[in-house]
Every structure is written in C-alpha cells, then in structure tokens.
Design a protein. Structure first.
Length: 152
C-alpha cells in the first residue's frame, strides 16, 4: 500500500512538473508549429465584418522563423482582394520573428515575399490564444483585419 502511494505521488509530481514546464515555455513555444487558416475577417460597409473565403497555412519554427501563405480562390476578380499583402489572390512571405510577450505582439521581419515591396519590412502583429486557436491582427491602427488560425 505504501509503495503504491509513493508511485502515485511520483506520477502526480511528474504530471505537475510537466504541466508547469509547459506553462513556462512562453508564447514563442506556443506559437511554434503549423497553423491552418480558419477565418479571415475584414470590416465592410457600415461596420459589418466580412469573412473572406480563403485558405492558408502559417508556420512558426521554435528558433524564430516563419512562413505564411494564404489563397483567396477567385480573388483576381474580387473587389475585396488586398494588394497590400497579396498578388492575384495569393499571399506568400517568409522571414524571422521576435515575440514581445508583455504587449502580446510579434514583429515579423520579411526576408522574402510575393509582393516585393514587403521585403525588408518589419510587420508588427498582435496575437492571442483561444484554446487551440491563434488570433492575429495588425498592430497598425489603420489596418482592421483579423485572422483566426487553428493548430494542425
């Protein structure tokens, strides 16, 4: 009986330590991995939020690199298609990132992009976690989009 209590205690301590270590990893570790685009939202007329039909993938590496691709099917004829980040309804860029946990932002340094004017820029993004979802928004007050990603 005493031996099984000791075993249970060791298991509980292991579980607690593992959970604590996971919680202490930080947001950079939580970002690491592949994310599938669930929703892209942009404000429309009269404050109504428009969901843009699209698909995509956002990949963060644990060592500070990222890659993002988003495709809007039929966007070349769509008036909502953004040319700031995409071309012909397709967005693709990669680079490095730095996380600021206090402000819940990351800065994405663009090393390569389909839209060449983005290369060399630092794009600041606000982020939050909601369960297995990652919500990303521009930190620029003139940009009002929001992207919801879900872990693969």
């Amino acid at each position: 009986m005493k031996r099984s209590l000791t075993t249970c205690g060791v298991i509980l301590l292991f579980c607690f330590t593992t959970r604590l270590a996971s919680a202490q990893k930080g947001d950079r570790a939580r970002l690491a991995g592949a994310w599938r685009l669930q929703a892209l939202e942009q404000p429309g007329a009269e404050g109504k939020v428009n969901r843009i039909r699209c698909c995509g993938m956002f990949v963060f590496t644990a060592d500070g690199h990222l890659s993002v691709q988003v495709m809007e099917p039929g966007a070349e004829s769509s008036p909502t298609a953004s040319t700031q980040y995409s071309q012909g309804g397709y967005e693709a860029s990669y680079g490095s990132y730095v996380v600021d946990e206090k402000s819940h932002t990351f800065s994405f340094h663009v090393e390569g992009a389909l839209v060449r004017s983005l290369i060399g820029k630092d794009l600041r993004r606000r982020y939050s976690f909601d369960g297995d979802r990652l919500i990303v928004q521009s930190a620029d007050p003139d940009e009002h989009w929001r992207v919801i990603w879900v872990r693969y």
